[in-house]
Write a protein that binds this ligand. Structure first.
Ligand code: SF4
Length: 462
């Protein structure tokens, strides 16, 4: 109801964010950490931060997300959290026996200036980390960046702490590293499906398949079956090449692996839609020297067929999007390929390292309004929609208030999604994911046509 008062004008606004279009860095770091098999994420800060990170992930995945916290109180806030973290290591390894603890910092521990490298070294010296066990860490100050930055920082920390150079002075295996950005486990599974169909040996990390969407089998698994084993991340330093799947979420880890272990990398956009999936498969094909099997060609052909059958429902439809840059760019490209008219694209994540605006304008021309950066919020997005109402818009669960206020159909894509099921299981990546996405778009638009049709135009066959 309050949203009714959002104006369609956008007067200049400073030092005020209303309904941020992002979440905090540790949420992304924790999600990445879950992509290591037998890993316990650990939030170095107050219990409240950890409760928020865990609940955001638990609600999005409808699965219990485990994590430790350094449980800062007034003492730690003033004198630093070293004693808390050292005690936490003892407790975690004694009680929960993970192979790895992945520590992320929080706003508070960053402001205090806790030196995590020094604390972890001290923990090893004092034998608080048992032999064979590992602690890694990522700095994730949430007064800058977003969940995407946090994810990227933790993926890079995996390389920093775990990846090893080849033992024999440079001989590489023919394995390809696949480092995905912050995408759903269903999309990671789809990317692995493509690599497997092409018979490519790969290492994917982080890999949250089978962790945040693990099956219910009547028993509680503190560490579900999925996730990339630490041995494989160690071996990634011997791989022939890396493909970073996403500029902001994946490229920093790939770059570091190149610097540290001389594994060359290529960056591709997340394979959403036909064009981005074509480019991903072509990159895989060239790097791995593999051919594209008929099974993949069939998947592509089916998607092209479905688009050509139904393009009259998507052509010319006005769409607006809010979300994360690595998803938005290929999604915009797919919608443009469907003949839709993209009019607004907004992200609350800083895109300095990505030619985001240029890339989107290259895809859909100069008329699209693009807003990117930490101050860009849902309120601003609503103002834009008020000024120019789209036929359909894309965003996370929080967009449902805008959808209700303006009576615009919403397609839930991104993070977080608290009020619908499917994102963990049904991909939007790859050709099969493109088919899912197309079906969702069409069903949403066609439901709206049926709802709004008068008696004479209400058709049985569409
Ligand atoms: S933004 Fe900072 S203070 Fe808030 S939950 Fe995230 S880490 Fe904690």
């Amino acid at each position: 109801m309050l949203l009714r008062h959002t104006p369609s004008t956008t007067p200049e606004r400073h030092a005020l964010t209303i309904n941020p279009a992002k979440t905090c860095q540790p949420v992304g770091a924790m999600y990445a950490a879950l992509g290591i098999h037998n890993c316990m994420p650990h939030s170095h800060g107050s219990q409240g931060c950890c409760a928020y990170h865990r609940s955001a992930l638990t609600r999005h995945y409808n699965d219990p997300i485990m994590s430790g916290t350094s449980s800062f109180s007034e003492g730690a806030s003033v004198f630093g959290g070293q004693a808390n973290l050292l005690e936490a290591f003892t407790n975690i390894f004694t009680l929960y026996s993970p192979d790895i603890v992945a520590v992320n910092t929080t706003c508070l521990s960053e402001v205090i200036g806790d030196d995590l490298t020094q604390i972890i070294n001290k923990a090893y010296e004092e034998k608080k980390i048992p032999a064979g066990k590992i602690v890694i860490h990522a700095n994730t100050p949430s007064f800058t960046g977003s969940h995407i930055t946090g994810y990227a920082n933790m993926a890079a920390a995996m390389v920093k702490y775990l990846a090893k150079k080849t033992a024999d002075g440079g001989r590489q295996t023919d394995t390809i590293n696949l480092i995905p950005s912050f995408i759903e486990p269903s999309d990671m599974a789809e990317i692995k499906h493509i690599a497997e169909e092409m018979e490519i040996s790969y290492i994917m990390f982080p890999d949250t398949c089978g962790v945040v969407n693990s099956p219910l089998d009547g028993r509680f698994h503190l560490y579900p079956r999925g996730g990339c084993p630490k041995e494989k991340i160690e071996a990634s330093g011997s791989s022939a090449a890396t493909i970073a799947i996403g500029v902001l979420g994946a490229q920093p880890a790939a770059k570091l692996l190149d610097t540290k272990c001389k594994v060359p990398f290529e960056t591709v956009e997340v394979p959403i839609g036909i064009s981005a999936t074509d480019r991903f498969i072509d990159t895989l094909r060239k790097i791995a020297g593999a051919s594209v099997p008929s099974s993949i060609r069939i998947e592509r052909g089916q998607l092209v067929d479905a688009i050509s059958d139904m393009c009259q429902y998507t052509y010319g439809k006005k769409v607006s999007l809010v979300g994360d840059p690595d998803i938005l760019v290929p999604l915009v490209e797919f919608l443009n390929d469907l003949g839709m008219k993209v009019q607004h694209v907004l992200t609350g994540t800083s895109t300095n390292k990505y030619k985001f605006e240029e890339r989107i304008k290259n895809i859909c021309g100069e008329n699209v309004k693009i807003l990117a950066g930490l101050g860009k919020d849902m309120y601003l997005f609503h103002q834009l929609l008020q000024a120019d109402k789209p036929d359909l818009f894309f965003g996370n669960t929080y967009c449902k208030y805008i959808a209700r206020d303006m009576d615009i159909p919403l397609l839930r894509i991104g993070f977080p999604i608290y009020d619908r099921l499917g994102h963990s299981y049904q991909p939007i990546a790859g050709y099969r994911g493109g088919m899912n996405l197309l079906i969702r778009i069409l069903n949403t638009l066609m439901d709206r046509i049926d709802r709004d049709a008068n008696e004479e135009e209400f058709e049985l066959i569409m």
